[in-house]
Design a protein around this ligand. Sequence first.
Ligand SMILES: [Zn+2]
Length: 462
Amino acid sequence: MSTGNNEVKLHMFEGGTLKCHLENIKMNQGIGQEYEIPVPWFIVEHPRGLAVIDGGNAAECATDPRAHWGAICDVYWPEMTPEQACVPAMKAAGFDPADVRYLLQSHLHLDHTGLVPFVHPDVPIYYPEQMEELRAASVAAGYQTWREPPGHPVADGAQVAVGEMQVEFVTVDHDLPGASGFLVRTPDLTLAYTGDHRWHGMHPERTAGFARRTAGADVLIQEAVGLAQLSHSWPDGGRPPAINGLQSGRREPTLDEAELAARFGELLARTEGLVVVNLYPMNRERVQAFGAACARHGRQLLMTPAAARLAGWGGVLVQAERVRRWPARHCVQLGFLELPTLIDLEPPPGSVYVHSNGPPLNEHEPAYAVVKAWAEALGLAFVSLGTSGHSTPDDLARMIRLVRPRLVLPVHSRRPELLPAGDTPWLVPAVGRGYSASELTRAAQSAATAVHTDPQDNPIAP
Ligand SMILES: [Zn+2]
C-alpha cells in the first residue's frame, strides 16, 4: 500500500495505447492520419485493499500483439512496453498486486479486459450481467481468455460492496452488449465512471439513464475517445481543433445505428447481386439490425460459424452452393481472413462489398489493399458504411451538462485538453499518480483547469 492514511485514493494508469488511423473512428475521414488512443485503467486504493477498474491491455500486447489480438491488429494495433502492463505498472507505483481485492469490468472490449486471465481465482471479478452471454460466447469462440471461475455478473442498478465503497453498475450504450458505467460511493466522495459509451447507438436512453443516475456526482471520469475525431460536430457549431496540424475538411453528422441500418436497407434495395458485409460480430445489435434489413429485402444474412457464435446469430454459412445459386437472396458476413470464401460464392455482376467497422479499414494497411483487390477482382462495388462506438464532442458536453459534476477527469484520449467542459473544472490525471479525495475536492474548487503530464507534477497539492 502506498499510503498509510484512511483516505480513498484514485490512480489512473495507461496500459499502452491503441494506434489506429482516424478514419477507423469516423469512417473514411482523416484518412492516413495516425493517432493514438491511450488505454486507461484505474486503481481505487482504500484501507482494505485495492480495487482495479478494467485492466488495460493484456501483457502479451507488449510482446506479441498479433498472437494475442489476431486480425484486430489490422485496424488497431496495441502499443505498450512490458512495464505498462497492469502488474508491472502497479509494482512501479508501489503497490503489491497481492493487495488487489476486486476487479471491476465495464465491458468486454479487449483493451479493457487484459488483466482478467491473470487475476487470482479467489479475487472477485464483477462484470455487467448483460454481457454474460457475449462473454461466454467470446470465450467459447476463442476470442477472449477469461479466468476460471469467471466471477460475478451484476445486474443493472445493483450494487456491490468493494471494501468500504459501494459500486453501482449503471448500463450505458456502446457498440457491444452489456457495457456499463459505475457509480462509486466512497466515504469521502462519489465518483461516476462513464465507461466506453455513446449517445448515437440503438439505446441512447441507457446513456441518458447513466447521466440521470450519476447526476451530482463529485467527480465524473469521462471516456473521451471522440475528442480526436476530426469530423464530429462540436458544441455551439464550433469548429473542431486541428489534429496533427490538419483541420477537418468534411463535416457531416455522425450516423446513429438506426440510420446506419436504414442506409444498409437502401443499399440492399438497389443491389441485384450478392451483398457481402464486414462488421464486428460482437456488435450484436448491428448484426440483428442488418439481419432484419436483409429479411425485409428478401435476403438471409449468413455468417461463418465462429462469427455467428460470437454474434449470437442463427444464420450460418454452411453451403456456398445455395449462395451461388441464389445470390440475391443472401447477404454474407466475411471477415478479412475469410475473403477466399468469395471465390466459392462466385458473386455475379451487381454485387457489393460493404465495410461496416470490421477489420481492416484503412487504406494504409496492407490488408486494406488486399480487401479492395479481392473486391475488384471479383467485380464487387466497394462501400463504407459504419459509425463510431464513442460519444461525439457534442455528446461529451451533453454528459457533463447533465451530470453537473464538481470535477471532470477526461480519459481514454490523447487530446483530453479539448474536452468541451464549459464552466466545469476538469483535470487530466497524471499516469500512476494517486489523487486523494481531498485533492480532487480542491481541484474542483479551483477555477483553473490543470493538465498533469508528469507524475511528479502536483499543482493542486498544498
Ligand atoms: Zn470499448
